[in-house]
Design a protein. Structure first.
Length: 271
C-alpha cells in the first residue's frame, strides 16, 4: 500500500485577530464580560462569533461546542473565514497523572487522541497518513500563556472573587498549581476509575484528559495556525467526575480563564 506524503502545513502571516475559543458557555461569558459592549456577533455554522477588541487586542471569540468534530470545525472556520493569526483554547479537563489535582491548571505542550486506533494498518494513536500521534502546540504562545497563568496563581485569592472563596474551597480547590505536558482527547467523557486507570496505564505521560484539544491541534497543524491549550482540572476523571461539574465551571474555571487571558493579553500589549 502506497502511503501519501504527510501534509505540510502552510505558513500563515502573523497578522489578523487572535481567536479565543471556549468549550463552555460560562467561560466565554466570563471572558467577554470585560468588553462585551465592544463586540459584534456574526452567526455562522451554528456558532456565534464575537468580533471586536478585548483588552486592546482584536479578537474573534467563540463557543466551540463539545467533542473533536466541533473543535476541528471551529478551528477551520476561524482560520479560513476570519483569518485569525493564532488561537487560544480554554476549557476544563479531568486530571490523570498523580499530583494533578482539582483546580490545577494544565497547558498542553503536546496533544494526542487517545481513541484514535487504526491498527494494524497504523500504530495505535497515530493519525493515519500523518506519521504522527502527537501534535505540538506553539512553544512561544504556550510559554506566554504559562507565564500569565503563573502570575494569576501567585496573586492573593487567585482568580476566585472573595464572595466565592468558601464555595471554591468546598469544591476541593486548594493551592492550585500549573502543569505542562501531554493532554489526551477523545469523544468520551471519562468518568469512571476503571477508564481513568486504563488511560494512565496506556499513556503514563498524560497529565489530563478532555474532548477537544487534540482534534483542534490536528486542524491547526494542517492550517499552519499557531495555537495553545489551557485546561482547568475540574475532577480526577473517576467515579466522582460528574459531581458539581457545572458549579465548578461557574465558580472556578470561568474566572480562571478570564483572569489568565486578561493577564496574557495585557502582557502582549506591553511587549
Amino acid at each position: 500500500m502506497n502511503t501519501p506524503s504527510p501534509v505540510v502545513p502552510s505558513t500563515r502571516p502573523a497578522i489578523g485577530p487572535t481567536a479565543i475559543v471556549s468549550a463552555m458557555a460560562q467561560e466565554l461569558a466570563a471572558v467577554l464580560a470585560h468588553d462585551a459592549a465592544d463586540f459584534r456577533i456574526d452567526r455562522h455554522a451554528g456558532r456565534h462569533f464575537h468580533i471586536g477588541r478585548l483588552h486592546g487586542h482584536p479578537v474573534v471569540a467563540v463557543l466551540c461546542g463539545i467533542g473533536k468534530v466541533a473543535a476541528a470545525t471551529t478551528a477551520t472556520l476561524l482560520a479560513e473565514r476570519y483569518a485569525v493569526s493564532r488561537l487560544v483554547f480554554t476549557g476544563v479537563a479531568g486530571g490523570l497523572a498523580p499530583g494533578v489535582r482539582v483546580g490545577d491548571l494544565v497547558i498542553g505542550d503536546r496533544l494526542l487522541q487517545h481513541d484514535m486506533d487504526a491498527s494494524p494498518l497504523f500504530p495505535r494513536w497515530e493519525v493515519p497518513l500523518t506519521g504522527r500521534s502527537e501534535f505540538q502546540a506553539d512553544s512561544a504562545l504556550s510559554e506566554a500563556l504559562a507565564q500569565a497563568a503563573a502570575a494569576v496563581l501567585a496573586e492573593p485569592g487567585h482568580y476566585g472573587s472573595a464572595d466565592l472563596a468558601d464555595e471554591v474551597r468546598a469544591l476541593g480547590v486548594t493551592a492550585p498549581r500549573l502543569h505542562r505536558g501531554l493532554i489526551v482527547s477523545g469523544d468520551r467523557f471519562v468518568s469512571t476509575q476503571l477508564e481513568s486507570s486504563a488511560l494512565q496505564q496506556a499513556l503514563p505521560a498524560a497529565l489530563a484528559v478532555e474532548m477537544e484539544g487534540a482534534a483542534l491541534a490536528q486542524a491547526c497543524h494542517d492550517l499552519g495556525l499557531p495555537f495553545a491549550v489551557l485546561r482547568n482540572i475540574s475532577d480526577r476523571a473517576d467515579d466522582s467526575a460528574h459531581v458539581d461539574f457545572l458549579r465548578f465551571i461557574e465558580c472556578v474555571a470561568a474566572h480562571a480563564s478570564a483572569a489568565i487571558l486578561e493577564r496574557w493579553l495585557l502582557a502582549q500589549a506591553r511587549a
